[in-house]
Design a protein around this ligand. Structure first.
Ligand SMILES: Nc1ncnc2c1ncn2[C@@H]1O[C@H](COP(=O)(O)OP(=O)(O)OP(=O)(O)O)[C@@H](O)[C@H]1O
Ligand SMILES: [Mg+2]
Length: 273
């Protein structure tokens, strides 16, 4: 039965007094994602709010919220320092009690999620427009960039923990310079419409530090499944992700070998139901 949608928890202070008010973008299981601004309205930022859960023991709830916010912020800071492309942390208040705190502000990523890009691609294919405007080449280049970004993250010892296509964003194309070449060396006419730009990894709420091949292989497996469930054809593209991943750092080959074991276990599990 479809009841009324659950009431949104009120924003914590100080966002109750923000003008214009923050705009709600998504409501996940744990967090609400708002677009608001940092210091001045000309500086957009993302606000991730983890409201308190009334059904949880209040002491445990506060501790969990605090842990998730601090852990996500620490991972983002580490990634930034090590040259992994993620939004920078702007401010946070980890002590959430349902009235104030429980939030983190980060840089706004102007762009779309890879999931949105893949869905747009499936629509194009249906309309027979998949080889127009360099789209196919654009998608292959995009897959390569994802492989490089994930490889760099793993190289610095970070595992994401929830590597889905909604947690990878495609930022805007860098400003074009002369001759249609952008500041990051991409030719405007070579990247399919809306496919250029930098990969930005987001949503590190479940991330951790690990040097274990197993953890990295599970990250890749989760991503592979996410590709497969968005659209079967996207699975082909995933080969390109792995190809570039393999070349991106020294330990990658061993992780890919491990991925085969993880796949095997996954298959056995689904056979057993
Ligand atoms: N820095 C950002 N800039 C622009 N959009 C963002 C940013 N961070 C998140 N988003 C958008 O909001 C969505 C949800 O954010 P995020 O994945 O961090 O939250 P979540 O999945 O609800 O979190 P969690 O899994 O930790 O509970 C993203 O898929 C993306 O579309
Ligand atoms: Mg997410």
């Amino acid at each position: 039965m479809d009841g009324p949608s659950p009431p949104q928890p009120p924003l914590p202070a100080p966002f109750t007094h923000t003008h214009p008010a923050p705009t709600l973008l998504t409501q996940g299981a744990e967090a609400l994602l708002y677009c608001t601004y940092f210091l001045t309205p000309s500086h957009p930022c993302a606000l991730k709010y983890r409201p308190s859960k009334p059904y949880r023991n209040p002491i445990l709830d506060k501790r969990l919220t605090r842990h998730r916010i601090l852990s996500e912020a620490r991972t983002l800071v580490k990634c930034r320092r090590e040259g992994v492309s993620v939004p920078g942390v702007l401010a946070l208040d980890a002590e959430g009690d349902g009235v104030s705190g429980g939030w983190m502000m980060m840089e706004w990523v102007e762009g779309k999620t890879v999931r949105e890009v893949l869905v747009a691609g499936a629509k194009r294919r249906k309309e027979g427009r998949d080889d127009e405007d360099g789209w196919e080449e654009g998608v292959t280049a995009l897959m390569g960039k994802i492989g490089r970004a994930v490889g760099r993250m793993h190289e610095v010892g970070v595992v994401h923990g929830d590597l889905t296509t909604s947690n990878i964003m495609l930022g805007p194309l860098a400003a074009p310079q002369q001759n249609g070449v952008t500041t990051n060396g991409e030719h405007m006419e070579q990247v399919g419409e809306g496919l250029g730009g930098e990969i930005v990894l987001i949503d590190f709420g479940l991330a951790g530090q690990s040097l274990q091949d197993e953890d990295k292989a599970v990250d890749l497996y989760v991503l592979e499944r996410a590709f497969g469930s968005t659209h079967p054809e996207a699975e082909e593209g995933f080969q390109e992700v792995l190809k570039v991943y393999e070349e991106s750092y020294k330990g990658a080959k061993v992780v890919l070998k491990r991925l085969e074991d993880v796949r095997m276990r996954g298959r056995k599990r689904s056979l057993l139901g």
